[in-house]
Design a protein around this ligand. Structure first.
Ligand code: ATP
Ligand code: MG
Length: 368
């Protein structure tokens, strides 16, 4: 899959309509700080799933002096051309189209093309709290599996209700009567989350271990183990079994949750435990090792997409290469062939000459 054309108007600092055509392989987006490089990648992600990787609301995406934003992409995927359009208006619902046909949700966009975004903060994925690794799993699985995306939003909705009920239960004990209903929803959706996370983690480990081994000159072995609630004896079990185990877990925590009035435990606390040579990387790995492990995981994510979708997703490297030493730069560059890639960098970088492909200059929201 590839992005052939992008048009932005009123989006972030792209105030005046900008249009760019891209190289099928490598595109280097060059410019000084705060000119619009990351904004451009953000638009590419938004059009691939209807969600921004950094904005909390669509409103943030509309230019400071604009009343609305328009984003359009020309995509080639599954041997066909697609046009994707998104329109955001202040105070109105956003509107999406695929080939001029209105699309209800971002899932319709994910069916057209996918992106894997790699940012400097992803290099700290191993060191961060479990939430960052869950986000990593969730982001990937939401793009790949519509059923997962539906389960995650169902789970989150039920969890929010549960949190509210527990919080308010002191003043309104009657609320607790509705708790079993939301627990049951969390169990049902939670089992789906566990099922997909486990399958994804297994494949992630398989590919990431290969990458990590190569990048460490064969000296290090990486493992990535999916961790979920204690009553789940085997996350690879059937959904019905997972549901039973989760129900047992809820029952065991019921009293503690009602006493503390907190939603204590569940798949919303899951983690991916990364180890290098048998030791937990979060605690023991050096800075270089954690970076290598993060690179290995992100490159593995791309391979999984390729396997599921039959085509490489579009890879977006936002300021990542300049954060790496030459050896790791080379490692990444040697492994990203085969799909389209967008790389941002600052102008003084030596990257453009290293990479080939098309170089686009961005200055104050204008693409040159
Ligand atoms: P860096 O090299 O520092 O990462 P960048 O080129 O990636 O810079 P962007 O993150 O794309 O920079 O941001 C470019 C500019 O867009 C920033 O000055 C930012 O303040 C501005 N900006 C962000 N949101 C909006 C918005 N809604 N409307 C207008 N401008 C915005
Ligand atoms: Mg940036």
């Amino acid at each position: 899959m590839r992005l052939d054309r992008l048009e932005l108007e009123g989006f972030r600092n792209y105030a005046v309509c900008q249009r760019a055509d891209f190289d099928p392989r490598c595109n280097v987006i060059c410019g000084e700080n705060a000119q619009g490089k990351t904004n451009l990648l953000e638009a590419v992600v938004y059009l691939s799933c209807g969600r921004s990787p950094r904005a909390r609301t669509d409103r943030e995406l509309i230019g400071f002096h604009s009343t609305g934003a328009r984003l359009e992409a020309g995509i080639f995927s599954r041997d066909r051309d697609f046009q994707i359009r998104a329109e955001l208006r202040q105070g109105q619902r956003r509107r999406l189209w695929v080939n001029q046909v209105p699309a209800k949700t971002g899932a319709a966009l994910s069916a057209v093309y996918s992106t894997v975004l790699f940012r400097p903060e992803d290099l700290f994925l191993i060191r961060e709290g479990a939430a960052a690794r869950r986000r990593f799993l969730d982001n990937a699985l939401c793009q790949l599996r519509p059923r997962y995306a539906a389960a995650l939003s169902g789970y989150t909705r039920a969890q929010e209700q549960k949190i509210r009920i527990l919080r308010d239960s002191e003043e309104r004990p009657g609320l607790l009567e509705t708790l079993p209903e939301f627990n049951e929803q969390m169990i049902r959706h939670g089992a789906v989350l566990i099922h997909y996370r486990y399958q994804f983690a297994r494949r992630l480990e398989e590919y990431a271990a290969l990458h990590h081994r190569e990048c460490s000159g064969g000296r290090e072995t990486l493992t990535a183990a999916y961790q979920t609630v204690s009553t789940v004896e085997d996350p690879g079990a059937d959904l019905s079994v997972l549901t039973d185990w989760l129900r047992r877990h809820m029952e065991e925590h019921q009293t503690a949750e009602r006493t503390s009035r907190l939603c204590l435990s569940g798949p919303h606390k899951d983690d991916l435990l990364v180890s290098i040579n048998g030791r937990e990387a979060k605690q023991y790995a050096s800075q270089g090792q954690t970076r290598t492990a993060a690179l290995a995981l992100k490159l593995a994510e791309r391979e999984i997409y390729k396997n599921v979708l039959g085509e490489y997703p579009i890879l977006l490297l936002d300021d990542v290469l300049s954060e790496l030493d030459p050896r790791r730069q080379e490692f990444v560059l040697n492994r990203i062939a085969g799909g389209q890639v967008f790389i941002t960098c600052c102008e003084e970088d030596r990257l453009p000459s290293l990479l080939g492909g098309k170089v686009l200059y961005v200055e104050d929201g204008v693409i040159g």
